[in-house]
Design a protein around this ligand. Structure first.
Ligand code: MYA
Length: 227
């Protein structure tokens, strides 16, 4: 069963994809259920608050988690289409789900790499791995501040990722310096025993970007109503 549906909007067809879908393998589902349980426990206010996780539901809605993101998501709602969510054939490319810890200092992504992401025969393309790292660390930085631009990303590829496998992508905040955020990231096998990739990133929050949009909207409002 493909949990994807189409909604008719005045402007265009909008696709909403629900997670999980039928392409998710056993490992992906087990990890998803594990973090979902931790999220559920957190919302139900149970005793152990050591690890409280929250799932980021989907691209459009994740924008709302960033400072100023609720406003930004309204502006781009109908146009935004994140690269990693563009291939709609379940299991063909980027299958992933993101959770962040309540204190936002750590994010975890469960990623299953589909056959369209092939680089070296039978293994995931380095660009696809970097894309996922950018997505996780970029989302993490956006959660901590406002929506960000990646200024710098260093990737060290330690061991190849077999196509079709599920891996964990974990990011942590190393340092915050004004509007700059330094985040590091590790891609490992799901049991953590094998290191596939390590990365560090430098992100700049886009507060000015949001202010520019506010000004644009206000100008348009002024021109439409008072001139
Ligand atoms: C939950 C939230 C969800 C949100 C959903 C979103 C999901 C999206 C997930 C996907 C996410 C995908 C995200 C993407 O893929 S974003 C797409 C890829 N990134 C870009 O295209 C960025 C292009 N570059 C720029 O736009 C500008 O150069 C930026 C904005 C980066 C800086 O231009 P700006 O004019 O603002 O700054 P500045 O030049 O005055 O410099 C200021 C400071 O920064 C330091 N610096 C600058 N550059 C670098 C560098 N390369 N390495 C190290 N440091 C650098 C610089 O030394 C200075 O430091 P200091 O002297 O102050 O100490």
């Amino acid at each position: 069963l493909h949990w994807s549906t189409k909604l008719l909007s005045p402007a265009s067809l909008i696709y909403i994809t629900f997670l999980p879908n039928s392409s998710w393998g056993k490992e992906m589902m087990e990890l998803y259920n594990h973090y979902n349980r931790l999220s559920k426990e957190a919302t139900e206010g149970q005793e152990d608050h050591g690890e409280e996780w929250t799932r980021l539901p989907s691209y459009n809605r994740t924008l709302k988690y960033a400072t100023g993101g609720a406003y930004l998501s309204k502006i781009i709602q109908s146009k935004a289409r994140l690269f990693t969510r563009n291939i709609r054939d379940p299991g063909a490319a980027f299958e992933y789900v993101l959770f962040f810890r309540q204190d936002k200092l750590k994010c975890v992504c469960i990623f299953q790499a589909g056959h369209l992401l092939e680089g070296p025969p039978g293994h995931v393309h380095g660009g696809a791995i970097a894309t996922m790292i950018d997505t996780v660390t970029g989302t993490h930085a956006s959660l901590l501040s406002a929506p960000v631009m990646t200024a710098n990303l260093n990737v060290n590829y330690r061991s190849p990722i077999p196509l079709g496998s599920t891996v964990l992508i974990e990011s942590i905040l190393d340092k915050e310096d004004g509007r700059k955020m330094y985040i590091s990231c590790r891609v490992t096998s799901t049991d953590g025993s094998k290191l596939h990739t390590e990365a560090t990133g430098n992100f700049k929050s886009g507060k000015l970007f949001i202010i520019k949009h506010y000004m644009c909207i206000n100008c348009k409002f002024y021109l439409n109503n008072f001139t």
